[in-house]
Design a protein around this ligand. Structure first.
Ligand code: ACO
Length: 333
């Protein structure tokens, strides 16, 4: 069996910064409430009419990751694209990347696992590489949330949290059995699907039906915030521990934890539980908000660029989100 390692990382966020104060002009909210509850100071939102989308941002992040990996784009064997905000209902963004980057006619897969999307995508890529099927896989997480948020008093509990952005990683086959992705761990609990969801439009509840009822707002995200918080802190902790135990490791072995940037309070809870120092947990939700499937790979890219992820480090990725789904990846860098 081979091992896969992350050989290149890249990220892209829109230029347009939206501060909490700016949001308070659009809805009944304020900087103090948002920072206290979520840690978020600002987020990036695509400017209307700019033409930027999940696919275009993903392509920009991917170009950087390919360059950093030092490979030619034609050496990529497969594309995995994680998003909950695709450009089209179908087909997925993966095929758009194949076209936008002018890649050979390789396979392209979309992953719909929301905040856990990047960890799921990484896990799928890891299996393809381990078994020898592919050598280089492009994994992208990208979200264009701002186009479909309820930016009003009614939607304030959700819309202040989410931001736009993209990240990409190249996974490459390696023969080094001590380094690379050691294991991944994936879970789901579908009975909570509606606690954090956009229910429509869906085939079960299609556009004419929605338009016929002005009170039908099922196309906006719904989140039972308190319930999500309670489940998130438990599942984050469980799945990190599961990954450590599977590799004969303990929390003391962690060099850096890069959690999904759901909410700074959730990350701080997990940090405290595992008795990690500030420099052992990477957070950037303060400047980007929650970018769902993009959040871990954007954070990992920045942590790496800042020299916080070093060769030989034990890097733990962990995610929890809509589904519910959750997962972790244990990586020896
Ligand atoms: N600005 C000001 N006031 C607000 C806002 C806002 N943006 N949103 C809600 N409020 C008000 C509410 O209306 C409510 O007012 P009331 O007491 O008069 O009824 C009050 O603030 C408290 O509302 P709660 O929803 O109870 O606030 P809570 O303290 O639970 O915080 C939050 C909400 C931040 C969403 C919290 O539940 C949370 O952190 N949940 C975790 C979910 C999460 O982080 N999700 C991220 C996305 S999912 C993921 O990535 C896993």
């Amino acid at each position: 069996m081979y091992r896969s390692r992350i050989s290149g990382l890249g990220h892209f966020v829109p230029e347009n910064i939206v501060t909490n104060d700016e949001l308070s002009k659009l809805m009944d909210t304020n900087d103090e409430w948002i920072q206290e509850r979520t840690g978020i100071k600002e987020r990036r939102w695509i400017k209307k009419g700019s033409g930027e989308t999940s696919a275009t941002m993903g392509a920009k992040a991917a170009k950087i990751a390919i360059e950093k990996a030092g490979i030619d784009k034609d050496e990529i064997d497969f594309i995995i694209f994680a998003t909950l905000s695709p450009d089209m209902y179908f087909p997925g963004c993966g095929v758009q990347i194949q076209d936008m980057l002018d890649l050979p006619t390789i396979g392209a897969l979309d992953v719909r696992n929301q905040c856990s999307g990047f960890v799921y995508a990484l896990s799928v890529a890891d299996q393809f590489i381990k078994t020898g099927m592919y050598k280089n896989i492009l994994v992208i997480g990208s979200e264009f949330h701002s186009g479909a948020l309820d930016i009003s008093d009614r939607g304030r509990g959700v819309s202040v949290i989410f931001g736009d952005g993209a990240g990409a990683a190249i996974l490459t086959r390696s023969n080094d059995d001590k380094r690379g992705i050691l294991s991944t761990h994936l879970h789901s609990e579908g009975k909570h699907a509606k606690e954090l969801a956009v229910e429509a439009p869906s085939i079960a509840h299609w556009v004419p039906e929605i338009l016929s009822n002005p009170d039908d707002l099922s196309y906006y995200p719904y989140m039972n915030g308190t319930f999500v918080f309670k489940n998130a802190v438990v599942r984050f902790s469980e799945v990190i521990m599961e990954g450590l135990i599977a590799n004969g490791l303990t929390p003391e072995d962690i060099n850096i934890l890069v959690p999904h940037q759901a909410n700074l309070r959730i990350s701080q809870f997990v940090q405290k539980k595992f008795k990690l120092r500030d420099d052992q947990v990477y957070n950037n939700i303060q400047k980007y908000g929650n970018t769902t499937a993009a959040s871990i790979v954007i954070a990992l890219t920045e942590a790496h660029e800042e020299g916080k992820v070093k060769e030989g480090d034990l890097v733990v990725l962990a995610a929890f989100g809509s589904g519910f789904t959750w997962g972790s990846a244990i990586i020896r860098w």
